[in-house]
Design a protein around this ligand. Sequence first.
Ligand code: ZN
Ligand code: ZN
Length: 254
Amino acid sequence: MKLRFLGTGTSTGVPQIGCTCPTCISTDQHDKRLRASAIVTVGDKNLLIDCGPDFRQQIINAGAPRLEAALLTHSHYDHVGGIDDLRPYCYSTDNGFPLYCKPDVAEDLRNRVPYCFRKHLYPGVPTFDIHEISDKPFAVGDIKITPLPVMHHKLPIVGFRIDNFAYITDAKTIPDETFRLMEGIDTLVINALRKKEHLSHMTLDEAIAAITRIRPRVTYLTHFADAIGRQAEIEPTLPPGIHMAYDNLTIEIP
Ligand SMILES: [Zn+2]
Ligand SMILES: [Zn+2]
């Protein structure tokens, strides 16, 4: 299994419109973060996790690989804002491009891009085959996926476990049952917004506390606000086995 980070950022910090924080004025490529998204490769199948507003540029940067389906964690803009740009992937399907998401996310998508779900479709619009998931394991082809329920402040959202790998973004708290669902994982991706407290996202310290409880071999942090600071400053301060992910990083999952 393999994971490629398409993006590791959020929607904050735009130097062109005045942000002069150390991250935004950094010239280090590690600090240039598009919205959080990833491709997990299982065998010869690529699954997209989230499809934010930077998707089009991200998938071009990744060499426009074939995608089997997309798994969506929740319907906030930074995670689904690029849905319309999946259209080249829709054209090669019979029933529409497969999306796997909870019912509330499906409903939000039907409201967000209603022109993709009309009875009589305007020629050329993207079409989607929505598979509504519950908290129970499901499969995409022969890939078994376990949803990992987490709380994004008061909003229940999901991460995903595939074999010994887990991907969690936008969590503020993790229920005990979900910690149990992550037992035995080797590689973890988890969100760490910044050092300062935030209502709906874990801080760096909160992420490290969760990782200490999950005990994976290796962890990559993602979904950074610009306020997290520069990679070169934060990475050396992290405990052993914990790293900052960065855009276009590819990791092997044994
Ligand atoms: Zn969110
Ligand atoms: Zn987010």
